[in-house]
Design a protein around this ligand. Structure first.
Ligand code: SAM
Length: 337
């Protein structure tokens, strides 16, 4: 595989945002059917590429200034060859000759077995999605029995493998699991994990989103404070989460508020779907077919040019909740979170 020539300018869009965070979906399959994400019946809709193809794309992106790669899906831990893939990513170097920051977003169902091999292969960070800290409620959300114990074991295995602090992502739906807010506060303190609440976005298969279902940042802070007051701590400009610690310094809470406090102006992300399409925004209605170009024998240089051109079309911001909002051309599970 030829090395892409270093560019003197990092990948930057027309609004001056530097793009250094690549998210690759390595499968469209998932072993959970979370009520706010998948329909109960629909399966995967898009094909997977060979791992070598994702790695080639990643190498070209890294040659353009990408410094962080997050593997996602579908459920990335279902993908055979994942550990090897992480090892290959670990061999890559950024334009500043640094190792990549390599992360995975997972539902954690298979993490107990895989945390140590992934850490050994060079994984830097893991984010586990978890929408309840009660076994019954967890099963109701994921529509899979006995997942809670497995995910808890996965989180602990990841902490033991040195992937700490593990981040936990929780999507709250009003009237469904928003009774879990303070329980998650306790969980963060007891398990030593950073719990991050994500506002529900209109990216679900069943199209149930409404502004009323979203539990907003302000409400979460207020309700958590009834359990114990929170103190805001600083966060990097491009970081999506507002970060807080409890008053006594024990337990971190983050809130990712794309609906009530959009952060598009600081967006540094670009995504590749499992079938090799570039998405410049979660809410894109248009994709850029990098896999198609590759299949036609494009060189690394041609792929790099195509990526630069795609980034020129990166959307300025999303329009959630505005009149005339156009839904994204794919839902979250088929993009990669
Ligand atoms: N299977 C992996 C997992 O569970 O983390 C990766 C894919 S999943 C689609 C990635 C993340 O997207 C999860 O944290 C999930 O909760 C979140 N997500 C899915 N649909 C969402 C929506 N409509 N709004 C906000 N977050 C959503």
């Amino acid at each position: 595989m030829t090395q892409v020539k270093s560019q003197s300018v990092f990948l930057t869009d027309k609004f001056g945002r530097r793009i250094n965070d690549l998210r690759i979906s390595i499968t469209d399959r998932c072993n959970y059917r979370c009520v706010y994400c998948r329909s109960g019946t629909g399966g995967p809709q898009f094909p997977e590429m060979p791992i070598a193809d994702y790695l080639r794309m990643a190498r070209v992106f890294v040659g353009l200034g990408i410094t962080k790669v997050r593997l996602t899906g579908g459920e990335p831990l279902l993908r055979r060859g994942l550990v090897e893939m992480v090892r290959h990513l670990g061999d890559m170097r950024t334009l500043e000759d640094q190792p990549l920051d390599i992360a995975i977003t997972t539902n954690g169902h298979l993490l107990a077995e895989m945390a140590q091999p992934l850490a050994d292969a060079g994984l830097t960070r893991v984010t586990v999605s978890m929408d309840a800290v009660d076994a019954g409620e967890f099963a109701r959300i994921t529509r899979v029995p006995n997942g809670y114990e497995r995910v808890l074991a996965g989180i602990r295995a990841a902490q033991n493998a040195g992937l700490s602090p593990v981040k936990i992502n929780c999507v709250l739906l009003r009237g469904f699991n928003d009774d879990q807010i303070t329980a998650f506060g306790r969980f963060a303190r007891e398990e030593g994990v950073a719990v991050r609440f994500i506002e529900f976005m209109p990216l679900e298969e069943d199209r149930v989103w409404s502004p009323e279902i979203v539990v907003t940042l302000d409400e979460i802070v207020r309700r958590m404070a009834e359990f114990m007051p929170l103190r805001e701590i600083g966060h990097a400009r491009s970081e999506t989460a507002r970060r807080y610690v409890f008053d006594d310094g024990v337990g971190e809470i983050g809130i990712i508020a794309p609906v009530s406090h959009p952060f598009c102006g600081h967006c540094s992300r670009i995504r590749v779907t499992s079938d090799g399409k570039i998405r410049t925004c979660l809410f894109s209605v248009r994709e850029h077919d990098l896999a198609g170009l590759m299949a036609h024998g494009a060189s690394d240089e041609e792929m790099a040019e195509f990526i630069v051109h795609s980034v020129e079309h990166k959307e300025e911001r999303h329009h959630i909740g505005e009149p005339g909002f156009v839904p994204a051309s794919r839902t979250m599970v088929h993009i990669g979170g």
